[in-house]
Design a protein around this ligand. Structure first.
Ligand code: GLN
Length: 204
């Protein structure tokens, strides 16, 4: 079955996500308009700047239609700024920024940024085999999750406040603090594509 996955192309690393999603029977399109949103089975919200993405969602009149599709069960994967956009609650956000919501979690924006601006590490993640390279760039972390949220990856920390949740899933919504699209390892994208295939199969 052919599926169409959109990459929200308002700002951020759109091209890298599009390349990482490529596989047989997957059509990848950029989404900037409502007509494009209507064509897709699933959406990726890339990393970038969540304040800018939030502002541009309003400029391009995409906020409501995307929020409606999320409520209707469309699979969405958000990485870094995309994770912030999927959080029901954001800490340390810009006063003007608004997330789309969908995942019952509290996300702290720029949480890793205060200590180390950018780093790469190997990470174990549920749903993928073996360790994956994970790049964190002024990344958020998940401070807490609701009962329906599955924690897929945790970064161990010596800080007294404990380990950091960096990948989560709630139903058909997936979010990572890190950027798998820039590492060449496509396992997270493969995991998302299989989530999309399952969702599409269930619908048909
Ligand atoms: N700090 C950025 C934000 O607030 C996220 C960084 C990223 O996506 N690499 O949106």
């Amino acid at each position: 079955m052919k599926i169409t996955i959109g990459v929200l192309a308002l700002q951020g690393d759109v091209r890298e996500h599009s390349a990482a999603l490529e596989q047989p029977d997957v059509q990848v399109i950029s989404v900037r308009r409502r007509t494009e949103l209507a064509q897709i089975d699933a959406l990726v919200i890339p990393g970038g700047e969540s304040t800018t993405i939030s502002r541009l969602l309003d400029v391009f009149e995409l906020r409501e239609p995307i929020a409606d599709r999320i409520k209707a069960g469309m699979p969405v994967y958000g990485s870094c700024a995309g994770m912030i956009m999927l959080a029901n609650q954001v800490l340390d956000g810009h006063p003007d920024q608004r997330s789309l919501g969908g995942i019952d979690m509290v996300v702290r924006r720029n949480a890793f940024g205060r200590q180390i601006d950018s780093f790469e590490t190997m990470l174990d993640m549920k749903g993928v085999t073996g360790s994956i390279p994970a790049v964190f760039i002024r990344a958020p972390w998940v401070e807490s999750t609701g009962p329906d949220v599955e924690q897929l990856a945790v970064l161990e920390s010596d800080e007294p406040s404990g380990d950091r949740i960096v990948a989560v899933r709630q139903g058909s919504l997936l979010a990572t603090s890190f950027h798998p699209e820039i590492t060449g390892d496509r396992q997270v994208h493969h995991y998302f594509v299989s989530m999309v295939r399952e969702a599409v199969k269930e619908k048909s």
